[in-house]
Design a protein around this ligand. Structure first.
Ligand SMILES: O=c1[nH]cnc2c(O)cc(-c3ccc(F)cc3)cc12
Ligand SMILES: [Mg+2]
Length: 212
């Protein structure tokens, strides 16, 4: 049944983590997914890189593509300045439902707006439906074959401006070669690669940062 593992992760968190403590929730997701069942959270190693790049950016408007169970949303929401707004888009309704409960348990539901649907449908509506003018920080962690098309969609919708930062997970494994080629050669982005490993494994992976 789709979503069964994600419900087990949520149940483990609810039984073992401290309610209202986002770091406890993050730590317990890592504990479960490293010891019991692998799952595609950004994880602790790459999560620290996400934290570092996020803090360097100090964004006012944050967009995440691919919420999954809410792990990276919790890492981000812990670092948000009080005036910031944070949207995370999730296409899978089961994952979105688990993420809502995970985020509520962590006590951060007022900091995170989960938008359920496709990036293709939602990104063009961010301005009209949510009053988003520009996005300062985008964390891409969804379908790898959507990284490039969604980057171009963000550009075409006028949502990126000088200083906007894209940070993409999994640019080595599973990989996003067309996205990497584009951000590194378009002339619009100053790119940095952060070598790491696929969450909870020793399989090489990396994050790629693209700054406008
Ligand atoms: O599909 C994915 N979306 C977002 N993040 C992912 C992620 O961090 C890892 C993987 C993944 C990694 C190894 C493997 F053998 C199979 C899948 C997939 C996604
Ligand atoms: Mg990922």
């Amino acid at each position: 049944m789709a979503g069964e593992k994600e419900h087990r992760i949520l149940e483990f968190v609810k039984q073992n983590a401290v309610s209202g403590d986002p770091q406890s929730v993050v730590d317990h997701i890592d504990k479960y997914c490293s010891q019991k069942e692998w799952a595609m959270n950004v994880g602790d190693e790459k999560g620290l890189i996400l934290d570092k790049v996020f803090k360097e950016t100090n964004p006012s408007l944050v967009l995440e593509l691919g919420t999954y169970c809410g792990y990276s949303a919790l890492r981000i929401a812990q670092l948000l300045k009080p005036s910031a707004r944070f949207f995370t888009i999730e296409i899978n309704p089961v994952n979105a439902a688990v993420a809502r409960k995970m985020i509520e348990f962590a006590g951060l539901k007022d900091k995170i707006e989960i938008l359920e649907g496709s990036t293709e449908h939602i990104i063009p509506r961010l301005r009209t439906d949510y009053g988003v003018v520009h996005v300062d920080f985008v964390f891409m962690d969804h379908f790898k074959d959507r990284y490039l098309v969604d980057t171009k969609l963000l550009e075409d919708c006028g949502l990126l401006k000088k200083g906007s930062v894209l940070l993409a997970d999994n640019v080595v494994y599973p990989g996003a070669p067309d996205f990497l080629e584009y951000v590194r050669t378009s002339g619009c982005y100053d790119c940095t690669n952060y070598p790491a490993h696929v969450e909870y494994t020793d399989q090489p992976d990396a994050l790629e940062k693209g700054c406008i």
